[in-house]
Write a protein that binds this ligand. Structure first.
Ligand code: UD1
Length: 352
């Protein structure tokens, strides 16, 4: 039995990764405190894969509970994939202590528990936010890191450093996967992104406006120095991203990687307006849109040089913008059709 521990495995990227791991024959143990996810996600995973996952309601800040879960499976663990973290940029600026506690103290506990049971492989969920406002595009793994714009970003920078430092006292392999902008949902529409309240991110906001839960979608700024004045990002389909984790798990050990950073993007930069246009065109729907002010802390443009991921992992993104925007819309329609009007998919926020 090859067991993978997935922290935050019921979240957006975590749940898609669990599906790919089960499809590849791994036994999956999910540790999740359900702070930004739901146990119902397990039903979606089971329906897609026809396989079950082991689930423990564990908060990484509870060291004893974390240690006993890892200890229980220690003989068969081939790796840990660590997603569990708070991820709202805006919230991180209001409540930094919450971010340092969850993201930094939580990761430290995980590293200690891995050492305690001699777990030898860690795949870490990092972000392109570690580059800050890059001087040169596309961004390679060697692009100098500037201080991150947000507390959230700083916790990711600190996490990367903590993992690298931990190699001094524990012999393990690790890969730091720096995601660009994950969007999309599983093609079955059985799992996808479930924003907690009002969405911060682009696609969930666009989709909720299209379905009528939000009145108006605001483009944050159209006076940037970009092709059409709106910000540019490297959007990557969440299923492509999930697959990269499964490959990284194996390559990490095979190539004896230690704190190896890898960009996960498509290499293509799309503007907010291009994504919005693609959503409207591919789904044949109009989104009530307003062009507003810039959002504080937004980076003008960033996209990846994804060539190292291909060289090191043999991985590259397969799905394009069309699959991203159509799967989001399919998912939005699926969750809205099940909505009870009580906040399960955002309704409460509109009515409140
Ligand atoms: C940022 C981080 C990313 C992190 C994520 C967590 C950078 C470069 N990226 O993503 O690493 O994982 O936060 O949440 O630091 N937009 C609108 N209207 C909206 C929402 C978004 O116009 O209602 C625009 C934003 O201005 C931005 C783009 O859409 O240009 C993408 O925004 P979003 O989805 O929030 O992601 P990032 O801010 O790029």
């Amino acid at each position: 039995m090859k067991t993978v521990i997935v922290t935050g495995g019921l979240g957006y990227i975590g749940s898609h990764t669990v599906v790919e791991l089960l499809n590849e024959g791994y036994e999956v143990v999910v540790l999740d405190n359900l702070s930004n996810s739901s146990e119902k996600v397990i039903d979606g995973i089971r329906a897609i894969t026809k396989k079950s996952v082991h689930f423990f309601d564990v908060d990484l800040r509870d060291y004893d509970k974390l240690e006993s879960a890892i200890g229980y499976y220690q003989q068969s663990i081939v790796g840990v994939i660590h997603f569990a973290a708070c991820k709202s940029v805006g919230e991180s600026m209001k409540y930094p202590s919450k971010y340092y506690d969850n993201n930094v103290a939580g990761t430290n506990n995980l590293l200690m528990a891995m050492k305690r049971y001699n777990v030898g492989n860690l795949i870490f969920s990092s972000s392109c936010t570690v580059y800050g406002e890059a001087d040169d595009l596309p961004v390679t793994e060697q692009t100098p890191q500037k201080p991150a714009e947000s507390v959230y970003g700083r916790t990711k920078q600190i996490n990367e450093q903590m993992i690298k430092d931990m190699h001094r006292e524990h012999d393990f392999n690790s890969v730091l996967l720096r995601y660009f902008n994950p969007i999309g949902a599983h093609e079955t529409a059985l799992i996808g992104e479930l924003p907690n309240g009002t969405p911060d991110n682009l696609l969930p906001y666009v989709a909720e406006t299209a379905i009528g839960k939000r009145d108006l979608f605001t483009v944050f700024g159209d006076d940037y120095d970009t092709k059409d004045g709106t910000c540019v990002r490297d959007y990557i389909h969440v299923v492509d991203l999930a697959k990269a984790h499964v490959v990284a798990l194996e390559v990490s050990v095979k190539k004896n990687l230690k704190g190896e950073p890898v960009n996960l993007g498509t290499g293509k930069g799309y503007s907010v307006k291009e994504v919005l246009d693609a959503f409207e065109k591919e789904n044949d729907i109009k989104v009530n849109t307003h062009y507003g002010n810039r959002r504080k802390g937004d980076v003008e443009a960033i996209y990846a040089d994804p060539s190292y991921a291909y060289k090191l992992l043999g991985w590259k993104a397969q799905l394009g913008l069309k699959e991203m925007v159509t799967s989001v819309w399919k998912w939005q329609k699926a969750i809205s059709s099940k909505c009870c009007g009580g906040g399960c998919c955002g309704h409460k926020n509109k009515k409140a």
